[in-house]
Design a protein around this ligand. Structure first.
Ligand code: NAD
Ligand code: GLY
Length: 391
């Protein structure tokens, strides 16, 4: 990790987290206004082949990103540095619906028509949807070409752009098709967050809080007070999250040793809530927030987490504008939803061969344990807790 340093003439300072994966190692650059340094960063890494940009229509219309990738933009930040220029771009509709095999097919066909070679570079400019979609297409086009992740949501900066998980959804479920394909560079410009809707920023904060509770008590204590996009220490907070993820991914890149599963704290129930509510009611991070609160209760009942820590987590979620309970209008709706969540838990793609969910639970705020089995009645009780707001 590096401390930012700046002089008047120098480019905007940034923090660097190195993800050390041997031949697949790469840097994650984090800073304000650093999009303008992208051309130089690419040149240093010889990522100067023909470029293809994948983005969504909401991101592409932002003045800031527009200046980065449009060939006719006055700043022309990227273009002069790329020997091959920008071959083409593909703008998909915003939202989870774009994360599908049809979009992958369209990307692959476009690149093939444009004869993008193996030395071509895919730029994933956007949130986690774009990162997962473009990353997956890059993973399979010509058996794999480089991808540069340029995350523009908080969630993508702290989570999805780092670690190499790429993929798309099937009608049968989320992220059922995918590949591990590490990026060649990640550049997170915090200035892009200025236009991010507040609800999306809050959803990203759920993942930030997750890093605190699984691995870093001091980080949790800081973010429990609430974080805003213009906070001076946002870069430092993101750096800490990325470093935690990087150290875990370095030990278990392909999620074969059980270590990487720690990143799924709150996600088992979170995914089930998303599925039970048709992916419409809660953003991913909001569902994860609810899942973390339920998992904190399970940790408490398993004899690990003190009650006051369960309460601290609930308060931290509220301080960051995240839901702390399932807001159901009446008892019968609540019962139907609880059943739907339990049903969805049974279909979780990470259920072990014996058909039982394995849980990530907290030993304390700052330390987690994986592979814990829980009785169904405790899961039901945790869901019931979610029907009661934190006081
Ligand atoms: P997203 O990509 O859908 O972005 C959220 C919304 O914000 C979109 O409408 C987008 O157009 C808009 N947006 C993006 N940047 C903006 C900006 N700077 N200003 C204004 N609007 C902006 O959602 P997300 O939360 O970034 O990512 C969610 C996806 O990430 C899910 O598909 C999830 O499965 C995936 N994910 C992947 C991993 C992984 O390890 N690969 C990890 C976590 C989540
Ligand atoms: N988002 C969980 C992981 O990357 O493993």
């Amino acid at each position: 990790m590096t401390k930012p340093s700046a002089s008047k003439q120098s480019p905007p300072p940034h923090r660097t987290v190195r993800v050390d994966l041997g031949p697949r190692s790469y840097d994650v650059l984090i800073g304000r206004g650093i999009l303008e340094t992208l051309g130089d960063e690419l040149q240093q890494r010889q990522l100067t082949g023909r470029a293809v940009v994948v983005t969504d229509s909401a991101v592409s219309s932002l003045a800031m990103t527009n200046a980065f990738w449009k060939t006719d933009a006055p700043s022309k930040i990227l273009v002069p540095r790329l020997h091959g220029g920008i071959a083409n771009d593909r703008i998909v509709p915003p939202g989870e619906e774009s994360k599908n095999l049809l979009q992958v097919h369209e990307l692959l066909k476009t690149w093939a028509r444009q004869q993008i070679p193996r030395t071509g570079v895919v730029f994933a400019l956007g949130g986690g949807v774009i990162g997962d979609l473009a990353g997956f297409a890059a993973a399979i086009y010509l058996r794999g070409i480089p991808v540069v992740q340029i995350p523009t949501t908080l969630l993508a900066m702290v989570d999805s752009s780092v670690g190499g998980k790429t993929g798309v959804n099937l009608p049968e479920g989320k992220n059922l098709v995918g590949s591990f394909h590490q990026p060649s560079l990640v550049l997170a410009d915090l200035d892009t967050l200025k236009t991010l809707p507040a609800q999306e920023f809050a959803a990203g904060m759920a993942e930030v809080i997750k890093y605190g509770v699984i691995a870093d008590r001091a980080l949790f204590d800081r973010v429990a007070k609430g974080v805003k996009p213009d906070d001076d220490d946002l870069g430092e907070i993101i750096e800490k999250c990325v470093a935690i993820k990087a150290r875990i991914v370095e030990q278990d890149e392909f999620e074969r040793k059980g270590l990487r599963a720690i990143l799924n704290f709150g996600h088992t129930i979170g995914h089930a809530i998303e599925k039970a509510t048709g992916y419409k009611k809660y953003l991913h991070g909001e569902a994860v927030a609810l899942g973390m609160r339920a998992a904190a209760w399970l940790s408490h009942w398993d004899g690990m987490l003190p009650l006051e820590d369960v309460q601290s987590l609930g308060k931290a979620l509220i301080a960051n504008n995240l839901p702390d309970h399932l807001d159901e209008p009446d008892d019968s709706n609540a019962i139907i939803l609880t059943h739907a969540i339990l049903n969805a838990l049974g279909n979780d793609k990470k259920v072990a061969e014996d058909g039982k969910n394995r849980w990530v639970l907290l030993k304390s705020l700052g330390e987690a344990e994986t592979d814990i089995q829980i009785e169904l009645r405790d899961v039901e009780a945790a869901l019931n807790k979610l029907l009661v707001p934190v006081r």
